[in-house]
Write a protein that binds this ligand. Structure first.
Ligand SMILES: Cc1cc2nc3c(=O)[nH]c(=O)nc-3n(C[C@H](O)[C@H](O)[C@H](O)COP(=O)(O)OP(=O)(O)OC[C@H]3O[C@@H](n4cnc5c(N)ncnc54)[C@H](O)[C@@H]3O)c2cc1C
Length: 433
């Protein structure tokens, strides 16, 4: 029976290399405040080292240039890379490019469209192209994508796309956008939506702004990690730009979002651990009211609770990843939904405690915690808000229960049933008394 918590020794060696590399080579770059172009030039030699280690773009199967790691190993890797926003970029598996590459790969596998592989997928994997995923609309609830209004109408060999999107992460630096649009309004959206690849320079693509956010309140247009607002006005692209088959948009989205959520959760654990280390370091360094903070019970509770919560989130995430590897993403839907809101909550709580123990220093920009905190808030919203994932978990769980007007554990009812069932036995047992 295989049921253990060990990592294969060879992979553990690779993880150890990643830990050292991320801490020694990538952490220091965070502090320099480099612009996007300079960052790309500075990290190029680091990316070469990652490639030399065979760890570049590890999320894809070997047939598509990846390492075929599977979700558990990828998860362990993301836990290390997620400690710093630059980690995934240096390893060629940053969102949204990694998810978009997976989407393209799934579509190509289905349709055999090798031209898409050469033109889009391979350059994306090589880090020569950047992409964005353009689904959410300001006018409709993103948490219910059956309401999408963006239309793609067929006109000969072309699609004509009209719609309004926002929060297309990296849209303003992307070479192409993957647009989710309704291709057939006469059927249920689950069968009537499609994903279409739109090069950013196509006529009618109007990227009006990068939306300033809590994470980047004073953002400049065209910064990596921004979230673009985009109008699509009579945008014409060849039908050959369809990903997968027409009407498969929802199926593809589900396949993309499952692994993406596991990777997010593991990256959040990397962030949580970094905040936790800061919390503990401060606890053993700062004295107030006659003793170290580490000796106060409240602080000890924070340490103990944070560690337990991170351990729970880690085991839940790795279990979801394991289930995906064993039986696929659709069968692991409950587990994936559960770690999405649980993991986001743990991340937020641990960073919050780490800020609190540092007092004014925690609130200041002299530590990375304030930025981590602002970024962490979004985790409860993107890839589906907490409430929607809780709803999924509750619905799937409650499905297994039948209504009982009298609770099935009602003791008087059970007592009566037991008396009848064991009447003979009870009579014999009490006869001689
Ligand atoms: C940092 C960040 C990056 C993003 N990146 C992308 C991207 O690259 N591409 C893209 O297309 N989108 C992206 N998004 C958008 C994201 O996917 C949506 O914000 C998300 O799906 C929620 O949609 P909405 O904002 O329209 O909120 P709404 O759907 O309007 O929901 C608002 C609130 O309503 C409540 N609610 C909704 N449904 C229920 C329910 N069933 N029960 C109880 N309460 C409910 C929840 O509290 C929810 O937060 C990003 C968002 C953020 C914050």
């Amino acid at each position: 029976m295989a049921w253990d918590f060990e990592t294969e020794p060879e992979f553990e060696e690779q993880l150890a290399w990643m830990r050292g590399f991320v801490k020694e080579e990538i952490f220091p770059l965070e502090t320099l405040g480099l612009d996007y172009e300079t960052t790309l030039r500075v990290i190029a030699p680091l990316q070469d080292q990652v490639k030399a280690q065979g760890l570049w773009a590890a999320h894809l199967p070997p047939s598509l240039g990846g390492m075929g790691f599977g979700q558990v190993r990828l998860g362990l890797m993301h836990e290390i890379l997620g400690q710093t926003p630059l980690g995934p970029v240096v390893f060629g598996n940053n969102a949204p490019d990694s998810g978009n590459a997976e989407l393209l790969a799934i579509g190509i596998e289905e349709t055999g469209r090798q031209d898409q592989r050469e033109q889009w997928l391979q350059p994306l994997l090589d880090g020569k192209l950047r992409s964005a995923f353009s689904m959410t609309e300001p006018e409709t609830a993103g948490s219910d994508p059956t309401l999408l209004q963006t239309r793609a109408e067929r006109d000969g060999d072309e699609y004509v796309i009209n719609g309004h999107k926002w929060f297309s992460s990296n849209g303003s630096v992307a070479d192409f956008l993957i647009v989710m649009a309704v291709t057939n309004p006469d059927v249920h959206p689950y069968q009537g939506s499609s994903m279409i690849l739109v090069p950013t320079g196509t006529n009618g693509v109007d990227i009006v702004r990068d939306v300033a956010t809590m994470e980047h309140p004073e953002t400049e247009f065209g910064r990596f990690g921004n979230h673009a607002e985009i109008y699509y006005r009579d945008v014409r692209v060849p039908v050959a730009n369809l990903i997968g088959r027409e009407g498969e948009g929802f199926t593809l989205a589900q396949q993309r979002l499952g692994p993406g959520r596991i990777h997010h959760c593991m990256r959040w654990l990397g962030q949580s651990r970094r905040a936790f280390d800061m919390l503990c370091e401060r606890a053993v360094s700062r004295t107030a009211h006659g003793s170290l903070l580490a000796e106060k019970q409240t602080i000890q509770n924070w340490v103990a609770d944070s560690l337990a919560e991170m351990q729970a989130a880690r085991l839940m995430t790795l279990h979801a990843a394991w289930k995906m590897d064993k039986v696929g993403a659709p069968a692991a839907r409950l587990e994936i939904a559960m770690i999405k809101y649980f993991g986001a909550g743990v991340l937020f709580n641990v960073i919050d405690r780490a800020i609190q123990i540092h007092g004014a220093l925690g609130f200041s920009c002299d530590l990375p915690l304030e930025h981590m905190y602002r970024a962490a808030r979004a985790a409860r919203i993107y890839d589906g808000p907490d409430e929607v994932h809780r709803q999924t978990v509750a619905r799937r769980t409650l499905r297994n229960y039948a209504p009982h007007p009298i609770p099935s554990e009602h003791i008087p009812t059970r007592r009566e049933e037991a008396r009848q069932r064991f009447a003979d036995l009870l009579e014999r047992a009490t006869a001689d008394l």
